[in-house]
Ligand binder design. Structure first.
Ligand code: ADP
Ligand code: MG
Ligand code: MG
Length: 883
């Protein structure tokens, strides 16, 4: 078994295809080394070892120790140093790296291999005492925090106090002898907290760090991140051990991060930040203000610090050459970490860069135009779920704005909400349905749940690559970073900015595309499909097999959906048309009527209203298919609640309030979702469905006549369990249709079909298809009835199921393929065996969920139907499934 893979010195054992085994970081370090890029040599301990480690009660497999020893010796040979040597010590970093990048989740230790003796060797060798002791103090602090569990605030306190006593502003003001004193105090803290001295044995240091990386795979932060991003626990992390290079060796050294294109807009502009005389996390930690890479970015951001292009022109050129090489090689935008040691450039990481949806579209279109990727690849490059960001409102350019401050445009989109200052509070308020904006000095991995709960994030400190910015972009949350004049009150009662005071709970609005923060709630406008978005959608459409329809009952929703490219209505829920103020009384009158005659009087009042609704829909849809579902919910959902409402119905119907109340009481059910609803209403009160069908056909005839469009109404009967229900109702539907067409003297084709939303319907689909001309899978109810699980009541125990890993996903969000999916497959197959041209669609919530769409593509459904705002997501996903 091979558990250790070497890289560096011009070649590597692994490459980027071994991501599962080496983790993302290790695989790409190997790939870069093979490409001949300057990568400090090192090795990767595989994810397999992580899995074995947990399987065997935190024991490593036999033979690993020797493999690691040999690999360390190999690094030493390549850089001409020796691990633990007091004259010429090899220092390494120990870095975690999972298969999927988990920013900030895992802990990296730098400068490992330093102790009281090797530090002196390093100082002599570099001819720079300050550098050596600066490295040592960083190592003690990092190692103590990550490996020994001595919290970093102990060390920060010592350093802050020391700087204050000596009137120092910056860490760079500290001299070698200052660091020596501080190091002495650091070691005392470790002794006190741990009851033993800071480890001096370099091998013990190395294994301590390796243990810590593997151990961190199951720490709480990592668990949370994995849960939020659906990363399975079995994947494990790899450990990378790599020769150190030093960005903290003075003015010709630096460390930085870069993107080969702007991750926020997708612009073709190198993008990043660097810090001179600094190491590792200094750039993202916001210790000093980082400098931009390019003159272009510097001018765009109105920065006054010199860019790398100006400060280190030669190295900048080398870096640009690396960018070009990496983009060509990976054929995608890269996110890069680098260090410059005394003028020499070293690459420490590359990976596919996270980007906003806007950037993803632009980059895909431009790379395709450049011939770097094909049209199909461009379609595959955009993550459908991310389009959500572009389908949400932006600020209305005409709305009044009251700017209080401006920060960096870290993640686009507009959001408004109440100001909160803690992640726990953000989560609490969000659970109560309140929109909140999380305002922080800066964020850390402990804030993930709060950022997730918030509509938007504002930080006072940190740049475009700070934790807040990276995480917000990943989550698609609007974010403004580094709004420098935001001062949060110590007691958390509010903040001040631009001379204004904003109290906790006040509303603010942020625009993540401009970095502006506004007082109050600013009006927003709906997005539209244009430019790169439209182009990718066109490409997607040309590769898509399934049609995409929408669930809509209002003309406004139907219009929105058409603008987003919907090709019809897959579900028009007629009951939604019943709730409007003027008609609810007539609906109640109909429900509470004592007999058929009373019901018919009320239905006659409803008919013209319902006909008007359908006419409006047919007009918007202009000949596209429209599936109308006849009344579905239990009648008591429409019942009056207050005496005043009863009184209203009494007046309209001429019945006694007491009698109405008694009748309403009778309609009560113990288990209404399994009660008197769906086609059962049609069986018991056929006149309701007859009115709806009449309204529908009259509307279709009138619009067809007016517009000349061919309309084919699709009439859908819900909650069928038995073919006999359908045949009985279909006969009535046909009779009404025939009558209307005769009255109008028009001809019109129409379809009658059913929803498949009960297991019995799925299992007897062949019989049902003898009557039904189409099936639409109502997966909300089908999930409820397959699991015996009430969607409205699952909230009290579903989180426990997810936490315990019994169900990784909420079955109401992502289709349960094993159970509900199996029923869909059975129904599709049986249905088609009985009727070859049976039309099949899905209209539950799942119709807009990417995983579920992939599944129904495999089953071969003809269309998906989803809410208007998910139509573009469904179009793209359907294309990706088909490719
Ligand atoms: P993360 O996964 O959190 O980005 P990394 O393992 O990439 O953690 O390490 C963080 C930073 O530490 C790197 O960006 C780099 O600046 C620094 N670093 C890691 N290894 C080395 C090394 N061998 N030499 C110099 N700096 C390093
Ligand atoms: Mg990194
Ligand atoms: Mg249903």
């Amino acid at each position: 078994d091979k558990w250790v893979y070497n890289f560096g010195g011009g070649n590597a054992d692994g490459d980027s295809s071994l991501k599962n085994l080496l983790g993302g970081k290790g695989a790409n370090l190997a790939e870069m080394a093979s490409l001949g890029l300057p990568v400090p040599p090192g090795f990767t301990i595989t994810t397999e070892v992580c899995t074995l480690f947990y399987k065997n009660d935190r024991q490593y497999p036999d033979g690993l120790t020797q493999m690691v020893d040999e690999a360390v010796a190999r690094i030493g040979e390549l850089v001409d140093k020796q691990f633990g040597d007091t004259k010429n010590p090899l220092l390494v970093s120990v870095r975690s790296g999972a298969r999927a990048s988990m920013p900030g989740m895992m802990d990296t230790v730098l400068n490992l291999g330093l102790n009281d003796e090797t530090v002196a060797g390093l100082a002599a060798l570099a001819g720079d005492e300050r550098f050596a002791y600066d490295s040592y103090r960083r190592f003690i602090q990092m190692y103590s925090d990550v490996v020994l569990g001595v919290d970093h605030y102990h060390f920060e306190e010592i350093l802050d106090l020391y700087k204050e006593e000596h009137d120092y502003m910056l860490d760079t003001d500290m001299t070698a002898s200052d660091w020596k004193t501080v190091i002495g105090q650091y070691k005392e803290v470790v002794q006190k907290e741990r009851g033993e001295p800071f480890p001096q044995d370099v091998k013990a240091q190395l294994w301590g760090a390796i243990d810590a990386v593997f151990g961190s795979w199951r720490n709480e932060r990592a668990n949370t991140y994995r849960r939020l991003h659906n990363i399975p626990e079995e994947w494990g992390t790899a450990v990378n051990v790599q020769a150190m290079v030093f960005g903290n060796m003075g003015e010709t050294s630096a460390t930085g991060v870069a993107f080969t294109r702007d991750p926020s807009t997708g612009e073709r502009a190198y993008y990043g930040e660097f810090l001179i005389n600094a190491q590792g996390e200094d750039v993202v930690a916001g210790i000093r203000t980082p400098q931009p890479l390019t003159i272009f970015a510097k001018e765009k951001q109105g920065e006054d610090l010199p860019s790398m292009e100006e400060a280190m022109p030669e190295t900048f050129k080398e870096l640009v050459a690396v960018f070009e090489k990496l983009e060509k090689h990976y054929r995608d935008m890269q996110d890069i970490e680098f260090t410059i040691q005394e003028g020499t450039l070293w690459m420490l990481q590359t990976r596919t860069g996270k980007r906003t949806a806007k950037a993803a579209l632009k980059i895909a279109v431009e790379m395709c135009a450049d011939g770097l990727i094909t049209e199909e690849e461009a379609v595959m490059r955009v993550e459908p779920g991310s389009l959500d960001q572009l389908l949400h409102p932006s600020l209305d350019p005409k709305a009044k704005r009251d700017v209080i401050t401006k920060g960096l445009p870290a993640s686009p989109g507009a959001a408004a909400g109440e100001v909160v200052f803690s992640s726990d509070e953000a989560e609490r308020l969000a659970q109560d349905g309140k929109p909140v904006i999380l305002v922080r000095v800066e964020t850390s991995p402990e804030d993930i749940h709060g950022m997730h709960a918030a509509k938007g994030i504002v930080t006072a400190r940190g740049g475009m690559t700070s934790h807040a910015a990276v995480v917000a972009r990943g989550m698609g949350r609007p974010c403004v970073c580094g709004a420098g004049d935001v001062r949060i009150e110590r007691d958390g009662s509010g903040f001040t900015a631009g001379g204004r005071s904003i109290a906790k709970g006040d509303w603010i609005t942020i625009d993540g595309a401009t970095g502006e923060v506004f007082a109050g709630e600013v009006k927003t406008i709906q997005p539209e499909l244009s430019g790169d978005f439209r182009k990718i959608m066109e490409w997607a459409d040309s590769h898509r097999r399934m049609a995409v329809r929408t669930n809509a009952e209002t003309p406004l929703d139907a219009e929105t959906a058409r603008d987003f490219g919907a090709e019809g209505i897959g579900l028009c829920r007629t009951e939604h048309m019943f709730f409007e103020a003027e008609r609810i009384v007539a609906v109640r009158e109909m429900i509470l009527a004592e007999d058929k005659a009373g019901r018919e009087t009320a239905l006659a009042k409803l008919l013209p209203m319902q006909r008007g609704d359908f006419k409006a829909l047919f007009e918007v849809m202009a000949g596209l298919p429209v599936t109308v579902r006849l009344l579905d919910p239990p009648l008591h959902e429409f019942l009056p609640h207050s005496d005043a409402e009863i009184e209203e119905v009494a007046k309209a119907s001429g019945l006694e309030p007491a009698a109405l109340k008694a009748r309403a009481h009778k309609l009560n059910e113990f288990n209404p979702m399994l009660g008197h609803r769906g086609c059962r209403l049609g069986i018991t009160y056929p006149e309701i469905y007859e009115m709806q069908v009449r309204a529908l056909m009259e509307a279709a005839c009138e619009v067809a006549k007016e517009t000349g469009e061919a309309i084919v109404p699709e009439i859908m009967i819900p909650l069928v369990a038995d073919v006999k229900e359908l045949s009985s109702l279909k006969a009535r539907v046909d009779a009404v249709c025939k009558a209307v067409l005769a009255e109008k003297g028009q001809e019109m084709a129409y379809l009658v079909g059913t929803m498949i939303e009960l297991p019995r319907a799925a299992l007897t689909a062949d019989r049902i298809a003898a009557e039904a001309e189409f099936f639409s899978f109502g997966t909300n109810d089908l999930t409820q009835t397959t699991f015996g699980l009430s969607r409205d009541d699952a909230g009290s125990f579903l989180p426990a199921y997810q936490k315990q890993g019994i169900w990784e996903q909420d079955p109401f969000v992502t289709l349960d393929q094993a159970g509900v999916g199996a029923l869909i497959e059975i129904a599709a197959e049986k249905g088609r065996s009985a009727r070859e041209n049976l039309k099949l669609g899905i209209c539950g919530e799942h119709g807009g969920d990417p995983d579920s769409i992939h599944f129904v593509e495999k089953v071969g459904l003809d269309y998906v139907s989803c809410s208007p705002y998910r139509v573009p997501i469904a179009r793209l996903t359907a294309a990706q499934s088909a490719l």
